[in-house]
Design a protein around this ligand. Sequence first.
Ligand SMILES: Cc1cc2nc3c(=O)[nH]c(=O)nc-3n(C[C@H](O)[C@H](O)[C@H](O)COP(=O)(O)O)c2cc1C
Length: 171
Amino acid sequence: MKVLVTFFSQSGNTKKIAKAIYEQASESEEAELKKLEDVSPGDTAGYDFIFIGSPLHSGSLAAPVKECLNQIQSGPGQKMAGFITHFAPAYPEQDMDRFAEPIKTVCREKEIEYLGCFDCQGFLTESLHEMVQKKMNLTDEQWADMVKQMTGRPNEEDEGNARAFAKKILA
Ligand SMILES: Cc1cc2nc3c(=O)[nH]c(=O)nc-3n(C[C@H](O)[C@H](O)[C@H](O)COP(=O)(O)O)c2cc1C
């Protein structure tokens, strides 16, 4: 099976998860790891399985990911799964479902089998801390707690979970 793992990543968190998924996929399949910028939508029809990854941007997939999804060309019997990183500790399942909606929609429209979406925390780039703390109206103490929780993420456990997710859906 030909597998494409593609991702958009500004500070490296989603890339880390992409690598873990790619390493897992490579154990049993012919896999390729590509930045979203290096994928032209026409190429995608040639893959049996596409993993597409995005950071969460303002409660939504990053704009380039949504754009790519809109243009994606499917092939017969194709399958797709998503992966998302976000700084917030944990989103309720309904929210994660909503965030993955653009992936599900493209799967419905283009007759691609949707196999789920992995998510985990990823450290928020330092330059945005002050702005986000203010926006969320958090005290210094509450924000310090938030920073503590996201520091070092994605960590080895997250990478292991991403590998397990890939292994399960590729089986
Ligand atoms: C513009 C922008 C908006 C963001 N919006 C959210 C958000 O709504 N919820 C959230 O949990 N994280 C949000 N984040 C944090 C990122 O999703 C998180 O740090 C992610 O792991 C970054 O991935 P990357 O390193 O692959 O770019 C935002 C980050 C940026 C830069």
